[in-house]
Design a binder for this molecule. Structure first.
Ligand code: GUN
Length: 284
C-alpha cells in the first residue's frame, strides 16, 4: 500500500510557520498584501480564488479581490495590472487563468511586475528558474517539490516523467526537477507510446486533467506518483487523473485528491506573497 503524501497536513504546517513571519513583518510596518484578479464567472476559478482569499485572511495576509466582468477589454485589464504594479501597498499580483477569449494571457502576464509576480509566470521569473537562480516560482510545481522534500524523497538521479507541458505545471516543474538533478522526460498529447514511458518512471507526475487517466498497470512498482489533476467524475465527486484504488496498490508513494497537490499550491502562494513583501522592504 502506497504511503499517502499528505499535502493538506504539510500545507497547514507551512501556513502555521508563516504566521510568525507575517507578525514580524507587521511589527516593521509591512502588511503583506496579495491582489487577485478574477475575470468572469468560471465556477472552478471562483472556487480557487475563494480558497486563496480564505487562506490569506486566516494568516493575516491582506487579500484584495478584484472581480472584473467577463466582457472586460484587454486594455482595461492591463490598466488594472499597471495600477497594482504602482501601488506600494501591494506585494503580490495574481491574475486567475484561464482568461476570456478577447484577452491574450501572455500579454497580461508580461504586464505584471516580475517583482510582484505571485504566480511566477512572468518570462523573467521563468528564465531565472530555468537558469537555476529562481526568484518567484510557480506555486503548483513548487508545492510538489516541497511535498517531496518533506517526505525525504530526493529526485537526484531519478527518472522523472511529467505528463503535461503547460506553462503552469509541466514546464516549470521540469526546470525545478532538472535543478534538483533529476533525469526528466516531459510528455504530452503528441507523445507516442506514453504508457511505455510512464511504466519506467521512478517519479510520475500526471497533470492531464482527465479522470481515470493513470491505471495501476501504467505505474512502476514502488514509484512516487503525483496526481495534479482536478476533475469531477460522473458522480460529481472531486478526483484526480489517477485511479487511486489501483495505483495505491502498486506505487510506493501517492498524493491523494483532494488533499495532495491542491493545498500545497495555496500554501506556496501564501509563502511567496510573504517573500515578495519581505523583498519589497529590502529594496527600499
Ligand atoms: N489557474 C489554474 N491554476 C492557476 C494558478 O496556479 N495560477 C493562476 N493565476 N491561475 C491558475
Amino acid at each position: 500500500m502506497a504511503v499517502k503524501l499528505d499535502g493538506k497536513k504539510l500545507s497547514n504546517e507551512i501556513c502555521e510557520n508563516l504566521k510568525g513571519e507575517i507578525n514580524e513583518l507587521k511589527k516593521k510596518g509591512i502588511f503583506p498584501k496579495l491582489a487577485v484578479i478574477l475575470v468572469g464567472d468560471d465556477p472552478a476559478s471562483q472556487i480557487y480564488v475563494r480558497n486563496k482569499h480564505r487562506r490569506a485572511e486566516k494568516l493575516g495576509i491582506q487579500s484584495l479581490d478584484l472581480h472584473l466582468p467577463r466582457i472586460v477589454t484587454e486594455a482595461e485589464l492591463l490598466e488594472k495590472v499597471k495600477e497594482l504594479n504602482a501601488d506600494p501597498t501591494v506585494h503580490g499580483i495574481l491574475v486567475q487563468l484561464p482568461l476570456p477569449k478577447q484577452i491574450d494571457p501572455d500579454k497580461v502576464i508580461n504586464a505584471i511586475s516580475p517583482f510582484k509576480d505571485a504566480d511566477g509566470f512572468h518570462p523573467y521569473n521563468l528564465g531565472r528558474l530555468f537558469m537555476n537562480d529562481p526568484f518567484s516560482i510557480p506555486c503548483t510545481p513548487n508545492g510538489i517539490m516541497h511535498l517531496l522534500k518533506a517526505y525525504d524523497l530526493s529526485v537526484d538521479g531519478k527518472n522523472v516523467v511529467i505528463i503535461g507541458r503547460s506553462k503552469i505545471v509541466g514546464r516549470p516543474l521540469a526546470a525545478l526537477m532538472i535543478n534538483q538533478s533529476a533525469t526528466v522526460t516531459v510528455t504530452h498529447s503528441h507523445t507516442k507510446n506514453l504508457k511505455e514511458i510512464t511504466k519506467k518512471a521512478d517519479v510520475l507526475v500526471s497533470a492531464v486533467g482527465k479522470a481515470g487517466f493513470i491505471h495501476g498497470e501504467d505505474v512502476k512498482p514502488g514509484a512516487i506518483v503525483i496526481d495534479v489533476g482536478i476533475n469531477r467524475n460522473a458522480a460529481g465527486k472531486l478526483v484526480g487523473d489517477v485511479v487511486q484504488k489501483q495505483v495505491e496498490q502498486i506505487a510506493g508513494y501517492l498524493t491523494p485528491v483532494p488533499g495532495g497537490v491542491g493545498p500545497m499550491t495555496i500554501a506556496m502562494l501564501m509563502k511567496q506573497t510573504v517573500e515578495l513583501a519581505k523583498w519589497s522592504a529590502l529594496k527600499r
